[in-house]
Write a protein that binds this ligand. Structure first.
Ligand code: HEC
Length: 188
């Protein structure tokens, strides 16, 4: 009786493993294309895992970079060089890269992270977000540079006049997508 049960469990697991192997190797279970919307289960799993990781690992300390005009301007310049291609300039118009990514990159001027703790933004920029186009800057930006960008993103919608001028004159280095390419949910 027990023997039959165990054989049944092993046979079921073996069938699952074979189906999973065939599904993956034939490109059926994990499709490779980026021009699709992520299914609900994938969105749920990715967002639950990200939130749990952030709750555990994002630094809780205050931003060590002081809120001054000079530091905000440094943050804008670092953002322009490293982030604007995907996350856009002040006009909030997505580039062809931002639209083509799977997940689409949010345009931070319209859909910003001012409400997020700066430690959360710091973690996302330092470590990136797996299975999306969001790169990790662990080896390419110093912690101070990442905190400087986090400072700008926190205050993006309430910049003093000097930094605001630098921000509004920043250009997106990548071509802007034609309006017809912008998914409906991202249009004004
Ligand atoms: C190659 C494209 C690309 C570049 C370059 C890039 N990102 Fe991202 N970023 C993404 C994508 C795509 C997402 C969405 C990930 C998701 O859906 O979870 C994202 C997500 C984010 C988020 C989370 C947004 C939210 O609403 O929670 C922040 C913050 C962020 N990026 C900041 C930056 C900063 C700062 C830089 C530059 C240092 C940068 N990114 C560079 C593609 C990019």
């Amino acid at each position: 009786m027990l023997k039959g049960f165990i054989t049944g469990v092993i046979a079921t697991l073996a069938i699952f493993a074979i189906v999973a192997y065939i599904g993956v190797t034939q490109g059926l279970l994990i499709p490779a294309n980026a021009d699709a919307s992520p299914p609900a289960l994938e969105r749920w799993a990715a967002s639950r895992s990200l939130h749990a990781t952030l709750a555990r690992e994002a630094p809780k300390e205050a931003n060590p970079v002081a809120l001054t005009d000079a530091n905000l301007i440094d943050g804008i310049k670092l953002y322009g060089a490293n982030c604007a291609a995907c996350h856009g300039a002040a006009n909030g118009e997505p580039s062809t890269v931002a639209i083509g990514l799977y997940q689409h990159a949010p345009q931070l001027a319209k859909d910003g992270v001012e409400d997020d703790p700066e430690g959360v933004t710091f973690w996302k920029v330092k470590h990136g977000i797996r299975l999306t186009g969001m790169p990790a800057y662990t080896t390419t930006l110093s912690d101070t540079q990442i905190w400087t960008i986090a400072l700008f993103l926190k205050h993006m919608d309430s910049l003093p006049p000097g930094p605001e001028r630098v921000w509004t004159s920043l250009k997106n280095p990548i071509a802007i997508a034609p309006p017809s390419a912008v998914p409906r949910e991202n249009r004004e």
